[in-house]
Design a protein around this ligand. Sequence first.
Ligand SMILES: [Zn+2]
Length: 458
Amino acid sequence: MKIYNTLTQKLEEIKPRKDNKINMFVCGPTVYDHAHIGHARTYVFFDMLVKYLQYKKYKVFFLMNITDIDDKLIARAKQTETTEKELADIHIKSFFEDMKELHVKVTKYAKATDFIPQIIKQVKILLEKGYAYETPNGIYYDITKFEDYGNLSKQPLNELKVHRIEPDLTKRNIADFSLWKRQKPGEPAWQSPFGKGRPGWHIEDTAIAMHYFGEQYDLHGGGIDLMFPHHEAEIAQAEAITGKKPYVKYWIHPTHLIVEGRKMSKSLGNFITIKKALEEFPAEALRIMFIQTHYKKELNYSKETIETTRAAYERLKSFQERLNEIDSRKYDKGLKIIIGKEKKKILTALDNNFDTPKAFTILMTLIKRINGMIEKNKIGKKNTIEITKFLNEINTFFNILPEEKKAKITKEIKELVKEREKARKKKDFAKADSIRDKLKEKGILMEDTPKGSKIRAL
Ligand SMILES: [Zn+2]
């Protein structure tokens, strides 16, 4: 498959460095707060990409770091009168819940504080090789020592924007970045040969990635806002340490998510956590939303987007239900061929820079076509088995099929259902409706069909 590589600014065929093994690192969250839907977009995208590569028989190691020590964590801990560790633990737990709910499967999560020795070792090498220098505040990377600095984000060195304001006058160049921060009073710190302190943000990624993958690896991903200075700094660190280029073969940067046309931020009051979005609709629907916008395009989380998503999700759901109800012996020979052709088109779209909106449109058009066949009573049970097999195959990487929840039927619920049936027979609809509401509160949905009442989990 081909993917857009930020480093070369080209669509490139993915060819692993070794055999069919792909080592992929994705920048994880800084755990000072709950994760938001922007995170969800990024991580669901990489999850789908990994699952698609696995579908294509690659062996993928999906590694994600967790930044559990940094300035924001320290500030928030102070504000909320907790320790950094307590704060991090709460939000790590919350993040794992979110990823599980969203069906994001990461091979290994690695916390920065578990890699302090590896980080120290890398800082030491950078000092020894002359790429880093010491000031009273800590250790810094001298960006003028690394010729390719700015190469990933294509910024000429003299025009580099400085994103993080570090009013540290001890630095040689304004864009030099911190490798090790010397402890300030009240801050958590670790022993090191350069004094007690804590790691800078960029060095944790190279220390963790090299620990698992070695000096060079296949794929690095992260939101587009991380390209500079974060990823630029990673390359500068890694290639200075090893002397090998390129540190990472493919760099993949999905684009932003905005809310109602505006950047998401706490101050604008449009900050939406993953948990809040999952109250709005199930994970499968949220994944459909991400699929419907190409990962290189800005996604606008708006009322309109929510409605389109919900409609697509409902269409899939009712299609599945319709399939389940077919039990005729009819068989349409041509349908299998049609499915085969459309599947090929879907895979071709995904092979071309993971064009999920195109793949999804092909899928939904096919469903519309099959719905037409169902209406004309053309297909039977054997066809539905073929269709389900195809849907499940697509679902191995998309994870968008509504999960059929099984209702847990307790004795109490059984009694209520019986009572409701009685009321219905007596045409006491007021009573029947009140029981129906009671059941709904218990998570049970009653559906009245011509064949009788059906019980479903909400
Ligand atoms: Zn990172």
